[in-house]
Write a protein that binds this ligand. Structure first.
Ligand code: PMP
Length: 399
């Protein structure tokens, strides 16, 4: 008998499974709206100019690859702090933020989850219903019981804000509330600034722990605008967790560049927290990789490259918005009677289309248009060449 004879086959990742199906599809007009990746108008994954410029400078002056500190490149961590909280903010200047470089945004969530489990083993975790697939798994794997707070209101194609607040209000003190800082994945619906104020109020009143997942900063309304929500929690005097991902905003998916920032009450507390985050990292993968972090630090810390990044990120953001409008217009032109204008009120890379599982299956099998069974489509993968086919296909399945 083999050591592994009792090993069960794990369920396939639904989105990666979709990718395999897409790759095998021979339909010449096939379109992949399944994965959360930004493609340019030619359907290509962009390699940002700011990234290329930073890499060229690095190649011109090659450096050896020693181990990084456990918490990563100092200049990178400082750049993340400045980006997320503001370089001149009180939390940064007083030294009460502990930031560590992480293996993507996923890594930031995982380090935070492991640290939280040691801090408060009895706590429960609440994620939005629905949420990014991996939220539940990451926190469950860290040993937490994970529940939901209400978020998407399918009947009204809106956010069930009263439900969200009621569920947060009902949570026990110490509960970790995982919140999408901007560009909610998968629905594309964000709460308003005034609603954020209410969330902050409840988090404070009920002694919850806010864990803000910031995977799309700059894809919503702008870098500062999307980051503003963090300032609300800080202004309320809360100790918060923020995970950052540069996968999308730098188009550096495979480099795995992210971070975790923890806002403590003072500098001394932050240094104790940092020491524990380092234990988590050390016992998982020892220290982070060099290249992606070095590129992002080089861009964020150089005024010219930083300006170029902001311009390129702005172009991605604007193109997505244009595609949303074209989708709404195109669906109307293709004969869809129902009002689809909700697509332009959604924000970020995704749209919950409101299509049923059966309709999504038909879109795939009959038209080669791939979205998830939940009706989620990645609008960042639409372009001037595929939009007509997508609109015509959706029109056929909703007719
Ligand atoms: N959080 C959310 C909400 C995401 O959508 C993603 C990426 N799909 C991540 C975290 C993880 O980002 P990364 O790829 O940098 O690990």
């Amino acid at each position: 008998m083999s050591l592994f004879s009792s090993v069960e086959m794990a369920p396939r990742d639904p989105i990666l499974g979709l990718n395999e199906q897409y790759a095998a599809d021979t339909n010449p007009s096939k379109v992949n709206l399944g994965v959360g990746v930004y493609f340019d108008d030619n359907g290509k994954l962009p390699l940002l100019q700011c990234v290329q410029a930073a890499e060229k400078a690095m190649m011109d002056k090659p450096t050896p690859r020693g181990y990084l500190p456990i918490d990563g490149i100092v200049a990178y961590d400082n750049a993340v702090k400045a980006l997320v909280f503001g370089a001149d903010s009180e939390v940064v200047t007083s030294g009460r933020v502990a930031t560590v470089q992480a293996v993507g945004g996923t890594g930031g969530l995982k380090i935070g989850a492991d640290f939280l489990k040691r801090l408060n083993p009895q706590a429960k975790v609440l994620i939005s219903d629905p949420s990014w697939e991996n939220h539940r798994a990451i926190f469950q794997n860290a040993g937490f019981e994970v529940g939901n707070y209400r978020y998407y209101d399918a009947a009204n194609r809106a956010i069930d804000f009263d439900g969200m607040i009621a569920d947060l209000n009902a949570a026990a003190a110490g509960t970790v509330a995982v919140l999408h800082a901007c560009c909610h994945n998968p629905t594309g619906y964000d709460i308003t600034a005034a609603q954020w104020d209410k969330v902050v109020e409840v988090v404070k009143a009920k002694n919850l722990v806010a864990f803000l997942d910031m995977a799309y900063q700059g894809f919503g309304h702008g870098i500062a605008e999307d980051g503003a929500v963090i300032g609300k929690f800080i202004a309320a005097g809360l100790n918060i967790f923020v995970s950052t991902s540069f996968s999308k905003s730098f188009s550096l998916y495979g480099e795995r560049v992210g971070a975790l920032s923890v806002v403590a009450s003072d500098k001394e507390e932050a240094s104790r927290v940092l020491s524990q985050l380092k234990v988590v990292i050390r016992t998982n993968y020892s220290n982070p990789p060099t290249h992606g972090g070095a590129v992002v630090a080089a861009v964020l810390n150089n005024p010219e490259l930083r300006a170029l990044w902001e311009k390129e990120l702005g172009e991605m953001r604007v193109r997505i918005k244009e595609m949303r409008q074209k989708l709404v217009d195109g669906l109307k032109a293709a004969g869809v009677k129902q009002d689809m204008s909700f697509i332009t009120t959604q924000i970020g890379m995704f749209s919950y289309s409101g299509l049923s599982k059966d309709q999504m299956v038909r879109l795939r099998s009959e038209f080669g248009v791939y979205g998830t069974d939940t009706g989620r489509m990645c609008v960042a993968a639409l372009n001037s060449k595929n939009i007509e086919h997508v609109c015509a296909s959706i029109a056929k399945v909703v007719a």
